[in-house]
Ligand binder design. Structure first.
Ligand code: PLP
Length: 361
């Protein structure tokens, strides 16, 4: 019998539910459950992994200078204000460990990304859920929820799983009005899908207490390698670096991410195809009576008549070999989140939903 108790809050953590994945023998299954890039990684990333394979007996870089410089160049930022992590999940967790502990509060929105709550609890802090306005982040509701115990406020823009986005004026109003004793974290996991959007970086140039997280898992097609980054004031970056493991990113991850940034054509093609197919799928489903909010990301949140219809459709699609995401754990039991795949995948999920609706009459 284990006689050691975990810290307070740990047993309140509900395990993260990943999108269902096909079994090895189900090769024709289409996976639209984790917002992955349907075109795979850039060939430049694959080449970089191959080139560096023979070096993996050597420890990787500890300060990630090459990757930070490549990110800085690509996005017009300063490399000294960047920290790299094992996915942006690790950056989220650094923020919670560094800034929030017992007695502190961490704000996330009603249908915000699950890792905010998980990381807050793991750090011993109290997650505080703030209502949205019909699936849109509500700046006033967040400001009302702030108090002198608030340490971190997480918003994803665009948000997962809602796919909605709030405009730059609203984000700026939030940044201008939060207490000085807390940090606003802008999660830009889907920023690359929004044309001409900087993820909120410009707000950070003027403010020490605004921070941005980004990832190579979505647009850059490198979810399996686990690479993310954070951008913020030098002060915050220095604090986070104190709790970062010295070798948190592998040689292959660093090389693949670095090369991915040079493949502008791949990003442009992925974004353009995503926009085209997303509009097609959401319009086609709307014609069948399945509505979704205007999406700014690489997925849509399809709304069904009720939770029973959504579950039945999920099962029907799974039997047809089309895996989408149930979001009842996000308190959206009447919805299914559908990643925008390639053209074949979009046509197939549409046809399957149409068959399902015909089957239930
Ligand atoms: C997918 C996602 C992440 C990222 O994850 P990684 O750890 O970088 O793979 C972060 N935030 C949101 C909102 C996401 O949807």
């Amino acid at each position: 019998m284990l006689k050691v108790e975990p810290k307070q809050g740990i047993l309140d953590i509900a395990l993260y539910e990943a999108g269902s994945a096909p079994k090895a023998e189900e090769r024709t299954v289409i996976k639209l459950s984790s917002n992955e890039n349907p075109y795979g990684p850039s060939t430049k990333s694959i080449d970089a992994i191959t080139r560096h394979a023979a070096e993996v007996h050597l420890y990787p870089s500890t300060n990630h200078l090459d990757l930070r410089q490549a990110i800085a160049t690509r996005f017009g930022l300063n490399d000294k204000n960047i920290i790299c992590g094992v996915g942006s999940d690790e950056i989220i967790s650094f923020l919670c460990y560094a800034f929030a502990g017992p007695g502190d509060e961490v704000i996330h929105t009603e249908h915000g990304f699950a890792m905010y709550k998980i990381s807050a609890l793991a750090a011993g802090a109290k997650p505080v859920k703030v209502r949205e306005n019909n699936r849109y982040t509500d700046v006033d509701a967040i400001l009302e929820a702030c108090n002198n115990r608030t340490r971190l406020i997480f918003i994803a823009n665009p948000n997962n799983p809602t796919s909605t986005m709030i405009d730059a004026h609203k984000v700026q109003r939030l940044a201008d009005n939060i207490p000085e004793t807390c940090i606003l974290v802008l999660d830009g996991a889907y920023a690359e899908y929004v044309p001409n959007f900087d993820g909120g970086a410009s707000l950070i140039h003027e403010r020490e207490n605004v921070f941005m997280t980004r990832t190579f898992s979505k647009m850059y097609g490198l979810g399996g390698l686990r690479i993310g980054w954070g951008y913020g004031s030098k002060h915050v970056i220095d604090i986070l670096n104190r709790i970062r493991g010295p070798f948190n990113l592998s040689t292959l991850a660093l090389a693949a991410a670095n090369s991915a940034l040079t493949d502008v054509d791949y990003v442009d093609k992925s974004r353009n195809e995503n926009t085209r197919l997303r509009e097609w799928l959401s319009n086609s489903l709307s014609n069948l009576g399945i509505e979704s909010d205007k999406s700014y990301a690489n997925f849509i949140l399809a709304r069904f008549k009720g939770s029973e219809e959504a579950s039945a459709c999920y099962k029907f699609l799974s039997n047809e070999g089309v895996l989408v995401r149930q979001v009842a754990n996000y308190n959206l039991p009447n919805c299914l989140r559908i990643t925008i795949g390639d053209e074949v995948a979009c046509k197939r999920v549409y046809e399957s939903i149409r068959s399902f609706l015909e089957s239930v009459g």
